[in-house]
Design a protein around this ligand. Sequence first.
Ligand code: GUN
Length: 281
Amino acid sequence: MIIDGKKAAADLRADLKKKIAELKSTYNAVPGLTVLLVGEDPPSKIYVKNKEKFAKEVGMNSEVIRYPENIEETVVLSKIRELNNNDKVSGILVQLPLPKHIDKRKVIETILPGKDVDGFHPINVGNLSSGYDSSIPCTPLGCYLLLKKVEKNLNGKHAIMIGRSNLNGKPMTQLLLKENCTVTIVHSKTKDLKAECSRADIIIAAVGKPKLVKGDWVKKGAIVIDVGINKTDSGLVGDVDFDEVSKIAKAITPVPGGVGPMTIACLLNNTVECFKKVQSK
Ligand code: GUN
């Protein structure tokens, strides 16, 4: 089975569009997402454009604030403080990577946790790891939703998380633990990646190494979620060798068309959740 992330994302957006229309009639207001983009990084520009497009499509207020590469950190921080105090803004996202002269940590920690639609603020990270209500980072949330489409009950499954980043590996591990998986985190210093992978019922690959996971690394019937987006001479490929692994796995996400489309849909979902929390206070 090939897991269709494009369809899952379209379904989620259709759901959100309905929810937003209902919220509008209840509160006479809609969720608002503001994205800050610093500089000219080409992939970031594409991501931000898509975020804006889909936010509008589901009926949100959507705003993108663009700054030149050499903008001073203080300007970005004071804009974030202004947005924190703006009731029309439910969610704030600062597109990463940022130029070196801007302190990413300071930026993330300036966003109000209740408007942190990325789930990167330490308060949200802490709440997620304590099992409390929190914003969940969009990419792992997308992986989680796709995984649950294939397998409702993850109790006791052995999951391998390849990669330990703050963006993916660590939050994904928390989501898997919440589902009662036994989780092994593997990374670049792990001794025998192949042996670790071949024991897993679930493999999540998020390391940015083209076609790292081979067919003979995967147990028959495993579920494989590929977060990798790697540009190669032969086009865009994931961290999983799709041709080999799709013959062995029970279900696998393709690249492109798997996790990627889910990420923005999950961002919109997080923005709606932030809006709802404010309204129900
Ligand atoms: N750049 C690449 N992925 C992400 C993400 O999930 N959030 C933000 N803010 N920037 C990114």
